[in-house]
Design a protein. Sequence first.
Length: 417
Amino acid sequence: MPSLPSQPLQQHQQQQQQNQPFQQQLQYYNGQQDESYSAAQQLKWPQVIEIKDFNTLYHANIPPYQFWNLELLNKHPTFIRFSFTMPWGGNFAIYGRRNVAASVTQYDFVEFVKGGRIDNRVKRRRRSTDINVHLNQNVESNIVDAEQQDEIEHDFDGDEIIEEDVSTPLDSGKVIVQRLNRTHRIAKRSATSSGPITLDNNMETAIVNVTVLQYLDSGKWVISIYNDDLVAHTVTAVTEEAEGVTTTCPNDCNGRGSCYLGKCDCIDGYQGVDCSKSVCPVLCSAHGHYGGGVCHCEEGWKGAECDIPQGECEEPNCSNHGRCIDGECRCERGWKGPFCEQHDCIDPACSGHGTCVSGQCYCKAGWQGEDCGTIDQQVYQCLPGCSEHGTYDLETGQCVCERHWTGPDCSQDRHKI
């Protein structure tokens, strides 16, 4: 039998060698990455960290497609701020789940951090107000006029260079443009230069700060950071109690947006911290004059465009949760807002024993019920009975006596003193 030519056999072997890295990567996408790790590698996976104190820095090197878990024992319902630093361009998911660790499908809350797997030569701009990029080395940046920014072209020689821009606006009407790319270089080029100037730089020198603000009930919480990249990444985490966080928004967003954790999410056509500024030209419907970004309506007219008579409601059906009376929405119980569009607690004060958040009462320790008006007997049966003439206050650690009774344990009759 004649032997096969050696040249096709060599080409076949070369093709197999070229496909080997792809086949290794394919294992990740098929969910087989666990089998590709040795026992020694698995020992290097991040350990579960117990967050014992606030404002303490923790860090871990997270392998590809693995979780880093942190446990937090939250003693009372409150807002918690999680601050992370992550490599710029990485892909992560931040999960939170009460009592047990989260999975990709089971969690109480999740935030995604997407660095973006974009095609070659496709550029994406980010506002400096959306993400903070810190460079560990001093890199000279281009300063160009804002209107000329989109006219600058950057051409690179090399393989698989994927670029992204970070733009920082200045008061002078100019913009600082910093260019980073997936080959871990930083490049600059002026509008008139003939080629880029590149500076080799490790990816870890470009870092983003990611902040997650979340209202957590009391109990143990597991915060899981998932690395969704092919390479390991170093991540740091700091946890703190967010003091002074309010759930109300300025001017209730002027009825032009929804309120979430104290910030307005404006509807299309409006912007500003309270959604008071129109992004389109306003004619005020010939019933007012325009000034300061809003319409100032004449007497007898109201609304953003001064097109609603004073005796009518801007939302005629009051979002189906109230009635329009004399030009104002009178909301049903459990609803609030200028158009009755916001959930409210049945008792907004939560009986003085909790906090109302998005229409739900979060009770303090020792209280339960829809309005936090019911004593949690499982807690109070282990506390002083206050002589059956009062209630023990967990916050102050003292008995709150009924009328006509006094003393540290409410055992003294005021009439007999």
